[in-house]
Design a binder for this molecule. Structure first.
Ligand code: BGP
Length: 463
């Protein structure tokens, strides 16, 4: 019996990115991006020294992989176009091999009843632009918009769901605050400029897309971390959570959906004398070119308390000057990834979107559980018994269902990810897929228990 019934035409599927799945090899015409470059110079930064050239071979096996998507109940799937694959130098000549590949990928998905959702940017800055500062440089914004238009014109007759960025806060945090990704700086002023340029680029791409009148929707994919205060009755804790929310969620959510930046954030940036370079007319572009569809990635909440520890001045101002992170006793953790599991967070985000963002059409564009050493769960028939993942997804889906019942305009659920893939500095450490990829057996695919379960969920449109 189906207890949690979802609306008709609900999108069931998963998400992945080009750089994490395709791999890079001789003769594909792809240009170098920042991850390829970083791996060349510092391979030891990547788990087991495994780099992006060893992504899960989707470029060669997409036809078979699409069959597996069907077998796991996908009616939609998000991939990302790699800027440096399509336009190897970032601007200029288009790589015909890439055009053929993306055309075939898109056509094959549609022929198999899987709607393609295409994202334009997933942390993969073409190296010629990274050398000039990447998103710090206004030239990158201009080049990105040309790239976006090229994609719309080439594939927009068939791709009806476009996204300007995946998690634009990640290049900000990872590259310019917390040293997870190249260029590994700690520089709040740069972080702010990078985030601003990403938002501007997004609005400019939305503008171009709408002007082309292609009869589809364009959105952005944001990782939202609902901010909870240590103590709801302590005004200082509540204030800390409001600031953390403005910094890590509303910084991208407000301009994307409302066309404005949160005043709490602008006040802080002004006070620090760290306003980004804004050209005349930019703010009008952001104001008038908001998204049609919001993708929400949810993994974990953020818990904060009023600042108690002394401010660390070593690297200049940092977001943590305004709050302390709070490790709530008894919180449930995913021990593999070190992230808290708090299922109700997904409901709180969806409710917030309904109440404060005009109930814009949205969907869960990523949610998932990374687990180390999944091979040990492989049974005699060769199937990985990842029942913890079934529990993780279903517990989150119950809250998605509740939010929909209460009126949230949530149109789908995509898990991260379809098949185990290479993930930035963690490489293959944590596995996330519905489908396992056996690195010791020539990247052999096999559907996990969760993939079988998801097929039933999709077939029943509920569980
Ligand atoms: C999201 C990214 C994905 C993916 C996922 C899992 O933030 O959009 O690209 O990597 O997180 O993260 P990780 O592989 O680092 O555990």
């Amino acid at each position: 019996m189906v207890k949690y019934q979802f609306p008709d035409n609900f999108w069931w599927g998963s998400a992945a990115s080009g750089p994490q799945t395709e791999g890079k090899f001789e003769g594909d015409g792809k240009g170098q991006n920042v991850m390829d470059y970083w791996y060349d110079i510092e391979p030891e930064k990547f788990f087991n020294n495994v780099g992006p050239d060893n992504a899960s071979r989707f470029y060669q096996t997409y036809k078979e992989d699409i069959q597996l998507m069907k077998e796991t109940g996908h009616n939609s799937y998000r991939h990302s176009i790699q800027w440096s694959r399509l336009i190897p130098n970032g601007v200029g000549e288009v790589n015909q091999a890439a055009v053929d590949y993306y055309n075939d990928l898109i056509n094959e998905m549609i022929a198999n009843g899987i709607e393609p959702f295409m994202n334009l940017y997933h942390f993969d800055m073409p190296m010629p632009f990274q050398e000039k500062g990447g998103w710090l440089n206004r030239e990158t914004v201009e080049a990105y918009v040309v790239y976006a238009q090229t994609c719309f014109e080439l594939f927009g007759d068939r791709v009806k769901k476009w996204f300007t960025h995946n998690e634009p806060i990640v290049p900000v945090e990872a590259g310019y605050l917390y040293q997870f990704h190249y260029p590994n700086e700690i520089n709040l002023k740069h972080a702010i400029q990078v985030g601003y340029h990403e938002m501007l680029a997004s609005a400019m791409a939305v503008k171009v897309y709408h002007e082309l009148k292609l009869d589809g929707q364009i959105g952005i994919i944001l990782n939202l971390t609902p901010s909870y205060p240590r103590d709801e009755n302590n005004p200082e804790d509540v204030k800390a959570s409001i600031i953390a929310d403005a910094m890590f969620n509303r910084s991208f959510l407000d301009p994307s959906v409302k066309g404005t930046f949160p005043t709490e954030l602008v006040d802080i940036v002004k006070e620090l004398d760290m306003m980004p370079e804004i050209k005349e007319g930019d703010l009008e572009i952001i104001q008038h070119n908001t998204i049609d569809l919001l993708g929400i990635n949810y993994y974990q909440p953020r818990r904060v308390k009023a600042k108690e520890t002394p401010i660390n001045h070593e690297h200049g101002p940092m977001p943590e000057d305004y709050f302390d992170n709070y490790e709530m006793p008894g919180r449930k953790m995913n021990p593999h990834r070190g992230w808290e599991i708090y299922e109700k967070g997904i409901y709180d985000i969806l409710t917030n979107v309904r109440e404060n963002y005009g109930n814009i059409p949205c969907f869960i564009s990523e949610n998932g559980m990374g687990v180390e050493g999944e091979e040990k769960f492989r049974n005699a028939e060769g199937i990985i018994e990842d029942d913890y993942r079934i529990e993780f997804v279903s517990e989150h889906l119950k809250y998605v269902h509740q939010a929909i019942e209460e009126g949230t305009n949530c149109l789908g659920y995509h898990m991260w990810t379809c098949m185990d893939n290479w993930s930035w500095t963690n490489a293959y450490k944590n596995r996330y897929g519905f489908i396992s990829v056996n690195l010791d057996k020539n990247w052999e695919r096999s559907i996990k228990n969760s993939g079988r379960w998801f097929k039933q969920v999709s077939d029943n449109n509920g569980f």
